[in-house]
Design a protein around this ligand. Sequence first.
Ligand code: ADP
Length: 601
Amino acid sequence: MTNKKFEIRAQSTRALIMRLVRQYTRPYLWPLLLAILFMIVAASGDAILAYLMKPVLDDIFFSHDRDMLILVPVLVIIVTVVKSATAYGQVVLMGFVGLRIIADLQTKLFGHVIRFDLAFFHETASGKLVSRMTNDINLMRNALANTLTGLVKDSLSLVFLVAVMFSMDWKLALLAFVVFPIAVYPIIRIGRRMRKISTSALDELGNFTARLNEAFHGVRHIKAYNMEAFESERTESLIESVFRIIFKALRTRAIVAPIMEGLGGVFIALVILYGGWQVIEKMLTPGEFFAFITAMLMSYKPLKSLANINTNLQEGLAATQRVFDVLDTEPNITSDPKAPALAIDGGKITFNDVSFSYDTGTAALRGVSLSVPAGHTVALVGPSGSGKSTILNLLPRFYDTDAGQVTIDSTDVRAVNLTSLRNAIGLVSQETVLFDDSIRANIAYGRPAASEVEIIAAAKSADAHAFITELPEGYNTLIGEHGAKLSGGQRQRLSIARAMLKDAPILLLDEATSALDPETERQIQQSLRQLMQSRTTLVIAHRLTTVQDADIIYFIKDGRVAESGSHQALLAKKGAYARLYSLEIMPPGGAVEASIDGAED
Ligand code: ADP
């Protein structure tokens, strides 16, 4: 199964509901049953109240029965109290179950989505995922709670009220059954339409969330390029389409009530005509007539919510479908649960005639062969877009090769347990990924059980201990979102400390430190060298220092290895590397800037 897009499968309403009930409502069977019991009790309350209209009129008003004058009010009080109490219990219980199901689903959804392949996240705007986890799930909860309440409470209310109507005058009641289907038909059609509209509404909302994420994330660039007006316009057009579709949903939903009311009016007129005539002819007592009218008026509310159920349900089903689509999407890159753990013996890395294309079809690597001897350092250099990051991505299986083999100590990376593979690899990249947590937690990320001594040792070898202890709260300092409260160099040091602590035998380094000032950069380089010691290191080199230290240099161009060898050997060859090197040493402008990869990637 592909994970490129969520697979959209039109599941039948029944299948969706069954799955939802089976997988998610089971743990809450008892609260649900109790809620249903409460609904039954609450539902009978209306019918009893309607029925009591008969003794009120016939016995109290017309026959002046004093016993009934006491009995009926007492009954009314009892019925109302019981009805309100059970109605309260029912709302709370249903709310509880609905919210629990949301929480369970969100937990499951997040746990599922976070395992998806990198390719998936590159192709799916994160806003869309956020929208699925919030908007869609909310719609599901609404539908679930409303549908169940509607199906049990409102339909029972209706049944009881209709029973009262029949017990008063069955011919009159039959009339109701003629009108009812006429009212229901348009409502079912509207429900279907609602499902379609709400699917596109959710799409638009997802786009909108994605847009907001993108805009706020890139706000620095938006300002730098004076693109505020452009962004506002772009966003406005999205807001407008969200408006249009939600307004359409609103109009569709709003039409239900007038239809019901119009039909209700006609019906009441008919009832007054026929019932009044029956009373005048003495076929019906005034009490019976009023009890009938009361039951009929009271049945309007449950009937209306029943009519809404379908629209709610359809909205909820559209959302459910989308959530299940995500849950049914499986990552492509997995390992056999029985696959052995990676046994590292030095950590020699080889790429054997590896080819790889991204889903866009761009051939990123075309037959790359290279090897990193155990414990040595290999540097990848070459123009931006030549495929260096792609090579790095293939080792921890962020992507899988299309052809060829990537091995560690002669074992194919696809043949071993994925967790053990990633445990063996440390990654330090230019985008230091820090989380809004304490410094301690950020260093221990990946090894949460690390002791204080180990954490401090890692920080010391990453040259981070000094600045950390100077912070007001030391290792407990919270660093803000993306480490916003730290300088670029400090962030780098934390991620080096993190890799130190992980102490993996293999190290992947994307060592662009171009954002740092030269002095900081030199210091970071030193920490990195310490980190690289006695590890097999594959590094994307942006600076000459690293390249000269590397045991082998591969010059990558257009997804191929163009040249390889030691720094001296490559210089002697006077090929592409030598040209690039001399350019970097003596750029046309004259300034000496020791950067190989001039263009930034
Ligand atoms: P380098 O690291 O040398 O700058 P990359 O490995 O990032 O080069 O890119 C190699 C090629 O693959 C480029 O043509 C780039 O556009 C393409 N590429 C990189 N990442 C992706 C991606 N996630 N999806 C599609 N194409 C990509």
